[in-house]
Design a binder for this molecule. Structure first.
Ligand code: SAH
Length: 476
């Protein structure tokens, strides 16, 4: 390690900045955020620094730099475009043993300024030891993206209770659990929803009770895993997976998404992929409550979006009745993923003015469906769990007026590497599905927009557009 990282307390202390242009102004702005008193030496100031000077935020000496300017300051920054001046500043600082940063000049600098992510009081500083500033900026952006947006406010909450927590909870392990709850549990959730006063009240209440750690209740996060591709999980979903104690997941959830979960988290498959063995819904709900009552953070991970044909609503009702706190992280639902990855816009100014998400997966649901409404032209239908009942679905739609020539697309494994898209007409949809042996999960898209897939597709294999069997099936 060539450079030693250190965070300086500059509040109320003098820093010298030599140079009056925009680069100097950016450094001054950062320094000001740390509460430093900034002395700028430059014959003239650019617009930004002139404004700062007029506002009394900096001290300005309108002249050339002299070595004595370095006296009595903690840090020196040279940001002029005159190499001779920069050299003089560096030499003066070095001879007085004050750290100096010469912008864009590693040779002359004895200190370098890192790229920073500021979630005060949390600050992450990134340095490439001056070798690749562009890379440092990229790293900063990546770190910025994964860090909890509420991190700073969470740290403030924790800090405001630090003394009390130390006094009330002696055992170090228990104290760590309490902090985990504060950040990952209900108080953290409240802070993320901009409800700091309630969060503080909750922490205070837990600390006032006879056994603070026992008061740290578990909770459930309902997370949408998206269609499978890990990149389609949200950052909020990722965060939930990384602080889960236990994950109850559906069969539709891909291994790539599960792999992002905290290594120590217990993983429980609860089925539900349409057909096959699956844990009864009542049992899943009871398990959610039982795990949360043990004080654990339970993640209920569902394919797509948890509130779209995922029985998320029933689970929330059950949790609410049991008094278990919960939150919901939306996911990319199959209709959105399939349409995007098949090149089928769900709405289009010329072809469809609306879209409906429907399902018809059982006799009962078919009988209660509003077919007349669904048969309306100029609307796209995204039919979930519709392949098994396809003949009936087609019959009802056409009987209620949707033309058999209406384009349809069947998207199997949408958004995954093995995606297949079949395009045809409503009248031949069943033949298409049978001939190509479509299997679950598959989504049916009905409407003029489906005909755009052969031109707009961009992902995976080109759509199959005929009702004839594929070559390998013909051989077999
Ligand atoms: N909550 C899920 C839907 C669960 S119902 C969501 O929001 O996507 C299960 C049905 O969703 C499947 O029968 C299928 O119609 C559809 N589906 C889910 N994932 C899919 C995928 N990757 N490709 C195509 N259809 C999918």
């Amino acid at each position: 390690m060539r450079y030693f990282p250190v965070f300086l307390d500059l509040a109320g202390r003098w820093v010298l900045v030599v140079g009056g242009g925009e680069v100097a102004a950016r450094k001054v702005a950062l320094l000001r955020e740390s509460g430093a008193r900034v002395r700028v030496v430059a014959p003239a100031l650019g617009a930004s620094l002139a404004a700062a000077c007029a506002a009394g935020e900096i001290e300005h000496h309108a002249r050339e730099f002299v070595a004595g300017d370095v006296d009595g300051v903690r840090l020196v920054i040279a940001a002029t475009d005159a190499p001779a001046v920069n050299r003089a500043v560096a030499a003066a600082a070095e001879s007085r043993q004050v750290a100096v940063n010469v912008v864009d000049d590693l040779e002359l600098s004895t200190g370098i300024l890192p790229a920073i992510v500021d979630r005060s009081p949390i600050v992450v500083a990134v340095s490439t030891s001056g070798t690749a500033p562009a890379l440092a900026r990229r790293l900063r952006a990546e770190i910025d993206a994964v860090l909890d947006g509420a991190l700073g406010r969470l740290a403030q909450l924790a800090a405001s209770f630090r003394g009390e927590i130390r006094a009330r909870i002696r055992d170090l392990g228990e104290r760590r659990r309490f902090y985990d709850w504060l950040v990952d549990g209900a108080p953290g959730d409240l802070v993320r929803r901009a409800r700091e006063p309630e969060a503080a009240a909750l922490v205070a209440r837990a600390l006032a009770g006879p056994r603070p750690v026992a008061a740290t209740q578990g909770r459930v996060t309902l997370v949408g895993a998206g269609p499978g591709e890990a990149g389609l999980l949200t950052l909020a979903g990722l965060r939930a997976l990384q602080c889960a104690d236990v994950i109850l997941y559906d069969r539709l959830v891909s291994p790539e998404v599960l792999a992002l979960a905290r290594r120590e988290a217990e993983r429980i498959e609860v089925g539900k992929s349409g057909g096959g063995d699956s844990v009864p819904q009542a049992e899943i709900q009871a398990r959610l409550v039982a795990e949360a009552r043990r004080g654990r953070h339970v993640v209920r991970l569902k394919g797509g979006d948890p509130m779209v044909f995922g029985r998320g609503g029933e689970e929330l009702q059950h949790l609410r009745a049991a008094g278990i706190p919960y939150e919901v992280v939306p996911g990319i639902t199959a209709a959105l993923a399939c349409s995007a990855y098949a090149g089928i816009p769900l709405t289009h100014r010329e072809h469809a003015s609306g879209v409906r998400f429907v399902t018809a997966h059982s006799r009962g649901s078919i009988e209660t469906t509003d077919w007349r409404g669904l048969a309306a032209a100029r609307e796209t239908l995204a039919v979930y769990m519709g392949i098994a009942t396809l003949p009936r679905l087609v019959a009802e739609l056409t009987r209620h007026g949707r033309a058999p020539t209406t384009p349809v697309a069947i998207v199997e494994n949408g958004g995954r590497a093995e995606q297949r898209v079949l395009v045809g007409t409503l009248g031949e949809a069943d033949v298409l599905a049978t001939r190509h042996a479509v299997c679950s999960p598959a989504l049916l898209i009905v409407g003029e927009v489906a005909a755009l897939a052969p031109t707009l597709h961009w992902y995976g294999a080109a759509p199959l557009t005929d009702a004839a069997p594929p070559a390998r099936a013909a051989v077999a």
